[in-house]
Design a protein around this ligand. Structure first.
Ligand SMILES: NC(=O)CC[C@H](N)C(=O)O
Length: 325
């Protein structure tokens, strides 16, 4: 049947912000059952000794709505190494400190290369492609070292305030292990320094970076810590406006285009949400204006993203229709 008005859509447009008709506990339960059938897929991040032997029999998922309601399933309260998810927290702090001047130090384009790649840095004279690849996160770390008297404490305070928990901290074993096996990050930081785009001592920048990667949090903490990106920059957990509404939209855009590295296109296609992954197996995602989510499964695919975490988010957008597209 043709639409009544020429040019009008056939389907009535649903209010994409209305989740009252969704049975979220049931949807999470279905995803949990499906994921557990597939335990064993992927492999842990074996280039960091402390993460190499994490068993592939854990899955957690949590979401936090705009109203602060929490839904969770599986191992959503088991802490894990947040790794590169911390890059969302640090870029938020750096944008708060420098505003758009940050973009003179780091670009905001997808890289199409692995998260630890150095290849574009020489062509682009020490300006990393985006703040979510390791090179960009090292520049962001340097910005925070310049902006804060006690940068590590400032980061821990920021994450604690967003998650609403005072006992969040770094896992020293993971941080030490990262330093011991951190050949690429050490090379990257020194290479950027040679272009003058790191201003503080390289070792201090690396210490900060390894600390941020080694923060230990669970799915509920992480979903809460991203709630401000679902609420126009307002963090319901702390009652603070963290960044402007415009800036929170832009951080979501960065996650969409670069949050899952050289799989960002596939992620947009398969999941359809801004997301940020870490090699600890966590992935956070945002449904703008609706909710923030976190999934965790430690087996990674070849791009370094949680294999079943990605599957879980794919099923979530399929079952709820909550893709941004
Ligand atoms: N993608 C990631 O989570 C990478 C973080 C890891 N600590 C590294 O620097 O290699």
């Amino acid at each position: 049947m043709p639409p009544a008005t020429p040019g009008a859509a056939r389907e009535p447009i649903q209010n994409q912000f209305d989740i009252s008709g969704l049975d979220l506990p049931d949807i999470l339960g279905t995803i949990n059952d499906e994921v557990r059938e597939r335990f064993g897929e992927g492999k842990p991040a074996d280039y960091i000794d402390a993460l190499a032997n994490v068993p592939l029999d854990r899955f957690g998922m949590a979401l936090v709505t705009r109203d602060g309601d929490v839904h969770e399933v599986g191992d959503a309260r088991e802490a894990f190494s947040i790794q590169s998810i911390s890059k969302v927290h640090t870029v938020t702090m750096a944008l708060d400190a420098l505003g758009d001047d940050l973009w003179e130090r780091v670009d905001r384009e997808p890289s199409g290369d692995p998260f630890n790649s150095l290849i574009q840095l020489e062509y682009e004279k020490g300006i990393p492609r985006n703040p979510f690849m390791n090179a960009g996160a090292l520049v962001v770390a340097d910005v925070l070292l310049s902006a804060h008297e006690r940068p590590e404490q400032a980061l821990v305070d920021f994450v604690r305030a967003r998650a609403g928990r005072v006992d969040i901290g770094a896992d020293d074993v993971v941080a030490k292990s990262e330093r011991e096996s951190g050949y690429r990050n050490i090379a990257t930081a020194n290479f950027i320094r040679s272009y003058g785009n790191i201003h503080n001592a390289v070792d201090d920048v690396l210490d900060f970076y390894f600390l941020q990667c080694s923060l230990s949090m669970n799915c509920v903490d992480l979903a809460r810590s991203m709630q401000f990106l679902a609420c126009g920059g307002y963090c319901g957990v702390s009652g603070q406006q963290v960044v402007s509404a415009q800036m929170s939209t832009r951080i979501n855009s960065l996650m969409m285009t670069a949050g899952t590295y050289d799989a960002a296109g596939d992620f947009a296609y398969y999941v359809g949400l801004p997301a940020k992954s870490g090699v600890g197996g966590g992935i956070v995602a945002v449904v703008p204006h609706v909710m923030s989510l976190c999934v965790w499964y430690p087996g990674l695919d070849e791009k370094g993203n949680s294999a079943l975490g990605k599957y879980a988010l794919h099923r979530f957008t399929q079952l709820t229709g909550l893709s941004v597209f």
